[in-house]
Design a binder for this molecule. Structure first.
Ligand code: HEC
Ligand code: HEC
Length: 484
């Protein structure tokens, strides 16, 4: 056994022993431990010296046995892959605490979970797509009305809307410009603060403190006594110390070898500020530009390797990501004239952009400014209600139709996004652009799990934006994304 593989096995054994026994004891995932995934291995580095599996993040603080770690696992880039959720279902016959009807089952009304078969049906979205049900009330002051909710699982209320989302990774958090897909933990709705150049990082920290309380009362059905203020601090300190990335790739070996800067460690010293490298000028921060579409330089050093070397493919994929022109049209938040959040878009109907227009944080890939966007991942095509604008299957998701009180216009989507946070019709379907590190550890992709693989993601962009990639470019781009 090589040293690397020994480290993987040691980490796996420690983790499984602790996760499986439910016992407390000194246990830590050491820095440098690798966890296998379909693209190779991922690794999470903690500036606190390792992942402490005994802290409040991994303790049951509510009433249903769940901890934060039920849905944010070190083996899965601090999210959960659907494949591993299915494994947990199989090993525990669907009794692992992630399987709870509060938000783990497709719906929460009179759900039969008395047999393995019943649980298999009740938790089908969680098992197959890694989805958690997020129910949010329609704001009283909304400028739209909910016309209909067609929910295949009987959670069809029109005043509280059930939506289905992937757990966002609780790592690399120092790069966040908004907390949660719809930014609700950085918004007045939850009494939290919008993250701006002037209040970062205090705003981010206070959002995360608040989020740790909401996650416990919500997912873990807590009674409000935990996490205590001291535990909230511990959770946020724990999360903010984590940096996650793919560490080895299939055929490429270590992603930080031969001058490349993959793996989690280089992220610790990656400079970041809110609005960094924005293509669209950010009012609040004149220092945001100039925009450089070359978001990633992680694999620059592999560019000169022989064509057939798997590392050369990763470098070519990086170049595709950094330089392929994309005509961005029809994206609410960029192309509409009502874009909020300090962006001056002026309703430009077509933006000459790149992957990095929206994934602009250098070497991280999330949107550096809180600008939720609707790229259509939850929107059915007009012709076929089961296929989204990029050709992906939406048939397992609800269809929510809303009508503007002002114009009478109607929109149908599987997720209302920011519109449920601030009640604005023009914010329907808007969500944040997530961090693109550690992707291989956490399939499927997009907020609703509609892309089963990174190739599905690439196909989405081809169909949605009319980008033409050669088969080689597609394969290279996938090799690159799976190495992040
Ligand atoms: C039942 C599964 C589940 C549990 C348990 C859970 N989470 Fe989450 N977490 C999610 C989901 C799903 C999302 C995304 C929800 C959304 O955006 O609407 C999320 C989002 C987050 C985010 C936001 C990251 C970002 O990029 O915005 C953080 C931070 C987080 N969780 C931390 C925690 C903490 C801390 C706990 C424990 C107190 C916890 N979670 C418990 C499922 C879970
Ligand atoms: C117009 C803005 C925009 C452009 C251009 C764009 N993205 Fe995205 N990207 C987003 C948003 C917004 C999301 C979140 C969508 C969702 O979760 O439903 C996203 C999600 C993703 C994800 C899924 C991440 C996850 O955790 O599930 C990947 C991978 C990705 N983009 C890669 C790319 C690549 C590769 C390109 C270029 C071919 C690209 N993006 C171009 C805005 C954009």
């Amino acid at each position: 056994m090589t040293i690397e593989y020994k480290a993987i096995w040691i980490a796996m054994l420690i983790f499984l022993a602790v996760a499986g026994s439910g016992q407390r004891g000194p246990a830590i995932v050491p820095n440098g431990a690798h966890f296998p995934n379909p693209g190779g291995t991922s690794s999470t580095y903690s500036t606190a010296g390792g992942i402490d599996l005994t802290g409040p993040f991994f303790q049951s603080m509510g009433t249903n046995g769940r901890s934060c770690g039920s849905c944010h696992q070190p083996s899965d880039g601090m999210s959960v892959s659907a494949a591993h959720v299915q494994q947990r279902f199989d090993t525990t016959q669907g009794l692992d605490p992630i399987f709870r009807t509060v938000d783990g089952s497709n719906c929460n009304h009179d759900i039969d979970v008395s047999t393995v078969e019943a649980r298999s049906a009740a938790y089908s979205l969680l098992r197959t797509r890694g989805l958690i049900r997020i129910a949010i009330q329609v704001p009283a002051n909304a400028d739209f009305a909910v016309v209909s909710v067609d929910n295949p699982y009987a959670c069809g209320e029109t005043d509280t809307i059930s939506q289905y989302r992937r757990p966002l990774p609780s790592t690399n958090l120092s790069f966040l410009s908004a907390v949660m897909f719809d930014g609700r933990e950085s918004s007045p709705l939850t009494g939290t603060i919008k993250i701006l150049p002037t209040n970062y990082p205090q705003s981010l920290r206070s959002d995360l403190l608040h989020q740790s309380v909401d996650a416990t009362t919500g997912h873990a059905q807590g009674d409000g006594t935990r996490p205590t203020p001291a535990e909230q601090q511990q959770i946020v300190d724990f999360e903010m110390a984590l940096f996650t990335a793919q560490a080895t790739g299939r055929g490429t070996g270590n992603l930080d070898a031969r001058g490349a800067t993959g793996g989690p460690k280089p992220l610790i010293s990656q400079p970041f500020f809110i609005g960094t490298n924005s293509q669209i000028p950010v009012f609040e921060n004149p220092a945001s530009g100039p925009f450089n579409p070359a978001i990633f330089n992680t694999f620059d050093a592999w560019a000169g390797l022989p064509y057939n070397d798997p590392r050369a493919a990763v470098a070519r994929g990086q170049l595709v990501f950094n330089s392929k022109p994309i005509s961005i049209t029809g994206v609410a938040g960029l192309n509409d004239d009502k874009a909020a959040g300090g962006l001056v878009t002026g309703g430009i109907p077509v933006i000459a952009g790149f992957c990095g227009t929206c994934h602009d944080t250098p070497n991280v890939g999330n949107h550096s400014f809180p600008t939720p966007l609707n790229i259509g991942t939850g929107e059915p095509t007009p012709a076929n209600q089961s296929i989204n604008l990029g050709g992906l299957d939406l048939s397992y998701l609800p269809k929510i139709t809303v009508r503007s009180n002002v114009t009478g216009e109607e929109k149908t989507t599987s997720d209302l996004g920011q519109a449920l946070i601030d009640g604005r019709f023009d914010h329907v379907g808007k969500i944040k652009g997530p961090i693109l590190r550690g992707l291989s550890a956490r399939a499927p992709y997009f907020h609703n799990g509609s892309a089963q693989s990174l190739l599905d993601v690439v196909h989405f962009y081809e169909v949605r934006f009319g980008v033409v990639f050669t088969p080689q470019e597609e394969a290279d781009l996938v090799a690159f994304l799976s190495s992040l």
